[in-house]
Design a protein around this ligand. Structure first.
Ligand code: AP5
Length: 205
């Protein structure tokens, strides 16, 4: 199984990805997580990407494509993989077509006004990568013991740029994959469990 999770920032891609990847026994590949790890380690790639990420802009296609090509060669991708946050431009999708065949693309749809509320309340664990929301999680501790933090690009003004970038550069992928007959559309404006159930139903069908 090779799948893509599409959707705007804050749609719930990361939240849903873990369950889908576990259910199908495939690797979860989040280009955002990979970039944040490069930034933390201070690699040349991380230093280049940081300026774009901090401003809410997309990192250049060639940087992302090189990173993804290496990642899908890893042994844990042999059974398949789920891309979370890739591709994000038509150019990235066209290169992906040349590298591998994608079976399904799940588009999680959430109205813009809900995205800001979700992202501004998001808190992350630096140790295990778990994601929480302040409305449903009291305090600043993760279940693993880590102290939760807010992502640098989750400030309101940066979120607005990220949502604009999504509409300008990424949304066109919905039509791109619909025309190939690979697109499944899911209502992301529902509870986490309801979204997970709808995704499972669509994939089973
Ligand atoms: P990335 O890390 O991929 O960020 P994103 O796409 O903006 O997505 P998010 O992680 O913000 O949201 P999500 O959809 O995963 O939502 P989540 O599940 O966390 O990318 C970051 C940056 O890296 C980009 O801006 C860009 O610079 C760069 N980049 C990455 N990939 C790139 C690429 N391919 N090309 C170029 N540049 C790239 O949920 C959000 C919040 O909502 C959480 O608090 C969660 O608890 C809550 N929540 C989730 N689901 C629900 C629900 N159903 N109901 C209520 N609350 C919910």
């Amino acid at each position: 199984m090779k799948m893509i999770l599409l959707g705007p920032p804050g749609a719930g891609k990361g939240t849903q990805a873990k369950g889908i990847a576990a259910r199908y026994g495939i690797a979860h590949i989040s280009t955002g997580d990979m970039l944040r790890s490069e930034v933390r380690e201070g690699t040349p790639l991380g230093r280049e990407a940081k300026a774009y990420m901090d401003n809410g802009q997309l990192v250049p296609d060639d940087v992302i494509i090189g990173m993804v090509k290496n990642r899908i060669q890893q042994p844990d991708c042999q059974n398949g993989f789920l891309f979370d946050g890739f591709p994000r431009t038509i150019a990235q999708a066209e290169v992906l077509e040349q590298i591998t065949d994608i079976d399904r693309v799940i588009d999680i749809e959430v109205p813009d006004e809900r995205l800001i509320e979700r992202i501004s309340g998001r808190r992350m664990c630096p140790l295990c990568g778990a994601t929480y929301h302040v409305s449903t999680h009291a305090g600043d501790k993760c279940s693993c013991g880590g102290t939760l933090y807010q992502r640098d690009d989750d400030k309101a003004e940066t979120v607005a740029v990220r949502v604009r970038e999504y509409h300008r550069k990424t949304e066109a992928l919905i039509d791109f994959y619909a025309q190939k007959g690979k697109l499944l559309r899911v209502n992301g404006d529902a509870t986490v469990d309801a979204v997970a159930e709808e995704i499972a139903r669509e994939l089973d069908a």
